[in-house]
Design a protein around this ligand. Structure first.
Ligand code: SF4
Length: 393
């Protein structure tokens, strides 16, 4: 597959003209946000956007209705959220959010930092399409299933599987080789590509890239399964501290809630499931955080129906949408119509008649933007009402 146009992924310096106004996307490699950066994002959303911070499926964030692009770049630059004007859109790095804090898996965080530094240090890699996704999975199997272009998956014993085009390539590398291999693969993508946005779009991309790396794949191949859901609630850390996994309704965090998060003065992790993790808390303060933030809408209960529903932008942000999809989805959750025993399949039904069950994605049109991978009920707006189909893999 070849492309005739460059990818149009937005950044801070290249805003997307959405139907409701300019949209900025801010890359957060590894989803890691120190408190000062959470505060900066809250300020940006409050002063220069629509008052909300949208979480994306790559652990990045978006601001809508940006009305002073220069001031936004200055604010984010001062906070360290725009370390490069040339490479900002290529820093799409998703890593296992709990790595180094929870579980027996190797700590992947130093490799995230090294990969980001390596990307920023290479003038050629500024030319990567903004769609290219890097993943670093510490072996728990949570992010390798996100269909990365280029990734590594820890196997223990100082070995990583090289993931290419969403699959185990069969190549194995050591910890010391891992970041250099990821960067070499990124260079190789630019060399074998002819304008494609993803490695998956290049015919024989995995084989050609493997050969260019001078690697011989073995016969072992890992299979990557979708993670059931985000980490939610009380999460004991290996060091005796506590992390709190928090769901965010339809992935939209208010600036005011973000200010409260910043005030906790602990690192926040954004996950690719549009949720976050508040880390490094003592038990007493952790209980206090739940008491304060749960009433503000953060979800600490893994049974919440909000955790099983996603929605695209819809109106007013997208001109293609047939309706305000997020309002309709929220109304369905609040009315208890998303927790039925089984989805009622339907065509051309009004929003108020929809009854669904399980994981579901609501879309304002049949492009299904932001649809999570795996089996899921699709609730799709049409000119005549909603179509409900369940579950689709
Ligand atoms: S699915 Fe359709 S309505 Fe929703 S954001 Fe994408 S193009 Fe817009």
């Amino acid at each position: 597959m070849s492309r005739t146009t460059a990818d149009s992924c937005p950044g801070v310096l290249r805003l997307h003209e959405a139907a409701d106004g300019p949209l900025a996307r801010i890359r957060v490699p590894g989803g890691r946000l120190p408190p000062a950066q959470v505060q900066a994002l809250a300020q940006a959303a409050h002063r220069l956007g629509d008052g909300n911070i949208e979480l994306t499926s790559r652990g990045n964030v978006q601001l809508r209705r940006v009305h002073n692009a220069g001031a936004l770049a200055d604010l984010l630059g001062d906070a360290g959220l725009l370390p490069s004007r040339t490479h900002e859109r290529v820093r799409n790095i998703v890593a296992s959010p709990l790595s180094g804090r929870i579980g027996p898996h190797p700590d992947i965080r130093p490799l995230v930092t090294a990969l980001d530094t390596g990307l920023l240090d290479s003038p050629q890699l500024a030319g990567l399409p903004g769609r290219v996704l890097f993943t670093l999975d510490d072996g728990r199997g949570d992010v390798s299933a996100l269909h990365p272009d280029i990734g590594i998956h820890a196997l223990g014993d100082d070995r990583f599987a090289l993931v290419l085009a969403g699959r185990d390539s069969g190549v194995r590398v050591s910890t010391t080789e891992a970041v250099d291999t990821l960067l070499a693969a990124a260079h190789g993508f630019l060399e074998i590509g002819t304008g494609q946005w993803r490695l998956q779009e290049i015919d024989g991309g995995t084989e050609r890239l493997t050969a260019r790396l001078g690697r011989s794949p073995g016969t072992e191949r890992l299979e990557f399964a979708e993670q059931a859901g985000p980490p939610i609630g009380w999460l004991p850390q290996n060091d005796g501290l506590v992390a709190l996994g928090a769901g965010v309704r339809l992935g939209s965090l208010s600036a005011r809630t973000a200010e409260f998060l910043a005030a906790i003065e602990r690192p926040i992790l954004l996950t690719p499931w549009r949720s976050l993790v508040i880390t490094d808390l003592d038990e007493g303060p952790a209980e206090q955080v739940v008491r304060v933030l749960a009433p503000m809408g953060l979800l600490f209960d893994a049974g919440s129906p909000w955790l099983r529903i996603t929605a695209c932008a819809g109106r007013p942000g997208c001109a293609k949408s047939h309706t305000d999809i997020r309002a309709d989805a929220a109304a369905a959750v609040e009315a208890g119509r998303t927790t039925a025993a089984a989805t009622a399949e339907a065509d051309a039904v009004p929003a108020a008649s929809i009854v669904t069950a399980g994981r579901q994605h609501w879309s304002g049109c049949d492009r299904h933007c932001g649809r999570p991978a795996g089996p899921i009920t699709e609730v799709t707006a049409t000119p005549d009402g909603y179509q409900v189909v369940s579950p689709i893999d």
